[in-house]
Write a protein that binds this ligand. Structure first.
Ligand SMILES: [Zn+2]
Length: 101
């Protein structure tokens, strides 16, 4: 099992699914901040990077955003985004991750 960055949703799709409306054109779009609710967050739709000029929330990818939003660690966030790769044929018992959540 491993994190597979290629399985991450497209940044535009991910942020739309978060209920954010992306404004503007080009690489950087403006939207409401997920963390302080001011209209001061900018999102890079190519890389998923985000930065808020009000509360200083920032990250390099939608994985960072998801981690900060949900408090999940990297593995949990990758699983939540469907980007956790399960080795074919691995025992389902070993894949049980619900315990302790
Ligand atoms: Zn903010």
């Amino acid at each position: 099992m491993a994190f597979d960055r290629n399985q991450l949703p497209h940044p535009e799709d991910y942020y739309r699914d978060c209920g954010l409306r992306l404004e503007g054109q080009g690489k950087w779009r403006k939207t409401c901040c997920s963390f302080c609710d001011y209209h001061t967050m900018r999102i890079n739709v190519k890389t998923g990077a985000y930065v808020c000029t009000d509360c200083d929330a920032s990250g390099e990818s939608i994985l960072d955003h998801h981690m900060e939003l949900t408090g999940a660690d990297e593995v949990q966030a990758a699983k939540g985004l469907g980007a956790w790769w399960h080795a074919p044929g691995a025992s389902s018992a070993r894949l049980e991750v619900r315990h302790g959540l």
